[in-house]
Design a protein around this ligand. Structure first.
Ligand SMILES: NC(=O)c1ccc[n+]([C@@H]2O[C@H](COP(=O)([O-])OP(=O)(O)OC[C@H]3O[C@@H](n4cnc5c(N)ncnc54)[C@H](OP(=O)(O)O)[C@@H]3O)[C@@H](O)[C@H]2O)c1
Length: 301
């Protein structure tokens, strides 16, 4: 059978493919790549209508209801970059920026600053920040099983700017010679909470890893495992975000630093938007999705 491939922008005919009804959309992407070498499969997205949702590439022609001479729209997602590269750049940036500013470079604080005493909490904060991003890099390399191999290159600049600028902003204030920490009791209790949230965040990432067989793109209903830190799955769909936000709130209380609070708030806003989207998708995709779970904040949101 023949399928016409049209561009989502302007409806221009890009190609006419001769396919088998059992061919997957992934195979169609390969055919298009052969005809138009600049359209790497990673930057192609098929849609039934120019503005409808992208189709999963493992779907077959017949399963999406196409017949002989049907039309399929192709969205060019633009140049792509591997997710792992993205995450490494995004996470190595804030780690390096913080570690550099922690040295009190003259360019930020002047020549004298390096010899002035540093508050103990500024040292603890540096350990927290650097170990958090080192953890994320290691998880990206060895724990996460992503379903998308690539993402649009343009997102890299936006995401990296967010992390790099916030890292420099927070580091500048906490490592400043005039920085004053709160009382030790407050800082050390908050440090305990921060450690708890980091462990919780890792436990959830580990549980999500084990939910997806290696090499697959399967998405299942996440449930608590034997690890008590995963019990939060009983209350929210994205407990890794809950722990992440908890960690940054604890970091803010530990340092009592306003820029850290702004970073926690910005992260919360972004993760809440994502969590609500994921929560909606779970409820739509799984009819037996546990009722009563919220998206990110137990009992609230
Ligand atoms: N501070 C901040 O502003 C900020 C913002 C975002 C993230 N983060 C941190 O970065 C971490 C990772 O972020 P993320 O947005 O990638 O988290 P995520 O969407 O929860 O995904 C984590 C990993 O689990 C997989 N996964 C998720 N749900 C699954 C399911 N139901 N079945 C099987 N696999 C599933 C994901 O695969 P897919 O590729 O299929 O999604 C991904 O590999 C977060 O937990 C958080 O700690 C921080």
């Amino acid at each position: 059978m023949e399928i016409g491939i049209l561009s989502t922008t302007g409806g221009k005919q890009l190609a006419t493919l001769t396919v088998d009804p059992s061919s997957s959309l992934k195979e169609l992407k390969t055919q298009i790549h052969r005809l138009k070498p600049y359209l790497h499969p990673g930057r192609q997205e098929f849609r039934l209508e120019p503005r409808s949702k992208g189709l999963e590439e493992n779907k077959t022609i017949e399963s999406i209801g196409l017949k002989n001479h049907s039309k399929l729209y192709l969205k060019d997602l633009g140049p792509q970059i591997a997710w792992k590269t993205v995450f490494l750049i995004e996470y190595a940036g804030p780690l390096i920026a913080y570690a550099w500013i922690y040295q009190r470079p003259w360019i930020f604080y002047g020549e004298e600053a390096v010899s002035q005493p540093m508050n103990d909490i500024a040292h603890v904060a540096a350990v927290c920040w650097i170990s958090h991003y080192a953890k994320r890099i290691l998880e990206t390399l060895f724990v996460h099983r992503f379903s998308h191999a690539t993402m649009p290159l343009r997102n890299l600049f936006r995401n990296s700017a967010y992390y790099w600028i916030f890292a420099a902003y927070v580091a500048y204030h906490i490592n400043h010679p005039l920085y004053t920490a709160p009382c030790q009791m407050q800082s050390y209790i908050a440090f305990g909470c921060w450690t708890f949230c980091e462990l919780g965040n890792f436990s959830i990432h580990w549980a999500l890893r084990n939910l997806r067989p290696a090499g697959s793109k399967e998405r299942r209903i996440p449930r608590p495992t034997k690890d008590p830190l995963t019990y939060l799955f009983n209350l929210v769909s994205c407990p890794n975000y809950t722990y992440e936000v908890g960690g940054w709130v604890a970091f803010t209380i530990m340092t009592q630093c306003l820029p850290a609070g702004l970073f926690a708030f910005a992260g919360f806003y972004q993760m809440a938007v994502w969590a609500l989207g994921k929560h909606r998708a779970y409820k739509k995709d799984f009819k037996d999705y546990p009722r009563g779970r919220k998206a990110i904040i137990p009992f609230v949101l």
